[in-house]
Ligand binder design. Structure first.
Ligand SMILES: Nc1cc(N)c2c(=O)[nH][nH]c(=O)c2c1
Ligand SMILES: [Zn+2]
Length: 373
């Protein structure tokens, strides 16, 4: 079966949407947050633990899997789902973003990108065709068009050239992907922080009729207000019967304010990355559990949380594990942060269903505090 979006309702209080995304590996309730499993593993988490915190879809990075272990090996294993023993939906990004953020010696041409592996320095390349073929081989339910995410800040002319090339690349990805196909290829809108370029990119890509659209080139260091301005400029140009995915966004405030603006899908390494240095997202805001003040605090990380870590262990114990470099400590903080965001999105969906997401947002910020984002 192909990937299909079902719009269930729009929140009467905001522009938020309640939906369901049907994929070959199951249904995703939207708006949704996707935990990131960069190298075919959400660091420290088993598939069973991800399911127990109700993760409905995870993301894996094409760049990393292309470099190691290689898409041919994953295909030989029966595809990414089989390889990592995850039978729910997977989304892979196209690799473009990681090439620009991880590899040395990058050369961008109309053809694609030449770069050196950040692992062994091998000279490699990715093109719209090869990035699509790699993702076809990995077998994710949703794959992304090969794009360039311009740096921030960047000259208008550079962003213009880059965005126009990304639109040409998107067409080449569609050609390489072929139809009909169980895998859905999503287009990625670029345009930097320029409203005219964002609009043109959205018009270019919607004329190609993708089954879903991502907003890329955001959450790249720009002020939050600018991200929302670009989001508002673009999102109403995208078809309402297709999913909208804001890439690289995953702080609680941005998930709320992005959902309010009509975003259906989010991904970010933030919750898992900060968990690994002992920083927790809690109903009372961020907390750094390694702080001395938690030495003999025998309460849960978050009294309002029902995750495995909060039901079974204390701040003092988790602080001890982190200070002692015990792996279990980072697993517990990761379980908590992922549960926090996945659960937040469940509350967002309930609030949309009851037409009260604006009220829910204000109440959440009251407790969480805007300082933490
Ligand atoms: N913040 C971002 C995170 C990302 N993973 C991506 C991406 O994968 N592609 N393109 C993008 O523009 C982009 C932006
Ligand atoms: Zn918890």
């Amino acid at each position: 079966m192909a990937v299909k979006y079902e719009l269930l309702k729009t929140c009467a209080q905001t522009g938020a949407r309640l939906g369901r995304l049907h994929t070959p590996h199951g249904v995703i309730d939207t708006p949704t947050f996707m935990p990131v499993g960069t190298q075919a593993s959400v660091k420290g988490m088993s598939p069973e633990e991800l399911k127990s915190l109700n993760a409905q879809i995870i993301l894996s990075n094409t760049y990393h899997l292309f470099l190691r272990p290689g898409h041919e090996l994953v295909k030989e294993a029966g595809g990414l789902h089989k390889f990592m023993n995850w039978d729910r939906p997977i989304l892979t990004d196209s690799g473009g973003f990681q090439v620009f953020s991880l590899s040395e010696m990058r050369k961008i041409t109309e053809q694609g990108v030449e770069f050196r592996s950040h692992i062994n320095g091998d000279k490699l390349s990715l093109t719209p065709e090869s990035a699509t073929q790699v993702q076809n081989a990995l077998g994710a339910d949703i794959i992304m068009a090969f794009d360039e995410c311009p740096p921030y800040p960047a000259e208008y002319e550079y962003v213009k050239q880059s965005t126009e090339r990304t639109s040409r690349w998107a067409e080449r990805c569609l050609q390489a992907h072929g139809r009909p196909h169980d895998q859905a290829l999503f287009g990625i809108v670029q345009g930097g922080m320029h409203k005219d370029l964002r609009k043109q990119s959205a018009l270019d890509l919607t004329s190609l009729d993708f089954p879903g659209y991502a907003m890329g080139g955001l959450s790249v260091g720009e002020p939050k207000h600018l991200m929302y301005e670009m989001l508002e400029e673009t999102i109403h140009l995208l078809p309402s019967d297709k999913p909208r995915y804001l890439m690289g966004v995953g702080s609680p405030d941005a998930l709320l304010d992005g959902s309010i603006r009509g975003v259906d899908m989010f991904d970010c390494v933030l919750p898992t990355r900060i968990a690994r240095n002992g920083t927790l997202m809690t109903s009372q805001g961020r907390m750094v559990v390694r702080n001395a003040k938690y030495t003999s605090d025998f309460g849960p990380l978050d009294p309002e949380c029902t995750c495995y870590a909060c039901r079974n262990y204390s701040r003092a114990y988790i602080r001890h594990l982190i200070k002692a470099d015990e792996m279990f400590g980072l697993r517990l903080t990761t379980i908590h942060n992922l549960h926090f965001l996945v659960n937040l999105m469940a509350q967002v969906r309930d609030a949309i269903r009851e037409d009260r997401l604006g009220t829910f947002r204000d109440q959440f910020f009251e407790k969480y505090g805007m300082a933490h984002n």
